[in-house]
Design a protein around this ligand. Structure first.
Ligand SMILES: O=P(O)(O)OC[C@H]1O[C@H](OP(=O)(O)OP(=O)(O)O)[C@H](O)[C@@H]1O
Ligand SMILES: O=c1cc[nH]c(=O)[nH]1
Ligand SMILES: [Mg+2]
Length: 234
């Protein structure tokens, strides 16, 4: 099964929907087509899904996507004593993982990923999209001080025009980050292109590459306003 989508100007994807293993891989999009992800995504899109279930679904899909996005974490051998004998096990080594949700909607993806990687740190980037220009306006930035030593997962359910994602990655790089992945649930082709052109080193993970944006900048078919559906606003 081909699990890779390559919209215009996205140089290269990866077979089998798994995370890339080559640090030199150019800009790429990984569409996670796992059946559980796709099943939960359909429920998430449904306008009748209430806030409580919507939140649970975002949490669960984020966890499943993080499973893919962590597939290239480095392992080191460790010695383990079982009840019967000593053996060799493995532990995740190398760079410390930091999750960076883009406020607000990215917050919905944090807890699910932390259940998989409880030692991860959490930074925050505050951005909202101006309703008229659709350009991001930033209002908060806080990540661990040793950014150059860390692997970052930037989290936001929606990649629409790509302005918010590109701005968040620019801010992270300014703080010293060099290894960044972007995890979203639904992406629009124009947003993938904008992020990939601005930051070709950042691999983008999504559960679906949707068709297009409407004139108000909402993804079609999409799932509506992720922040409003997560937090019950509007
Ligand atoms: O790709 P873009 O065109 O930049 O749009 C995507 C952004 O829009 C939404 O946030 P919003 O601005 O609605 O803020 P909120 O999460 O606080 O609701 C979404 O969560 C992304 O951050
Ligand atoms: O479709 C969209 C686009 C931007 N932000 C959302 O929450 N939904
Ligand atoms: Mg919103």
């Amino acid at each position: 099964m081909d699990t890779t989508s390559t919209p215009d100007a996205v140089a290269q994807g990866h077979a089998h929907g798994s995370a890339p293993t080559n640090a030199d891989t150019p800009a790429s999009l990984v569409v996670v087509r796992h059946p559980l992800v796709q099943h939960k995504l359909a429920l998430l899109r449904d306008r009748r899904t209430p806030t409580k279930i919507f939140k649970e679904l975002v949490d669960e899909i984020a966890m499943l996507m993080a499973y893919e996005a962590t597939a290239d974490l480095a392992l080191a051998e460790v010695s383990v004593e079982t009840p019967l004998e000593r053996t060799v096990g493995h532990e995740v080594s190398g760079k410390k993982l930091t999750l960076v949700p883009i406020l607000r909607a990215g917050l919905g993806m944090v807890e699910g990923i932390l259940r998989l990687v409880p030692a991860a740190r959490v930074g925050h980037i505050g951005l909202y999209r101006d309703h008229d220009t659709l350009e991001p306006v930033d209002y908060y930035f806080k990540v661990p001080g040793d950014a150059a030593e860390r692997d970052f997962f930037v989290l936001d359910p929606m990649l629409a025009t790509g302005g918010s994602a590109a701005s968040a990655v620019t801010s992270l790089k300014r703080a010293g980050a060099t290894r960044i992945k972007f995890l979203c649930l639904v992406a629009a082709p124009v947003g993938v292109r904008r992020l990939a052109e601005a930051h070709p080193d950042v691999t983008i993970y999504c559960a679906s590459l949707d068709r297009e944006l409407n004139p108000q900048g909402y993804i079609l078919p999409g799932l509506g306003d992720a922040g409003d559906r997560l937090f019950g606003t509007r």
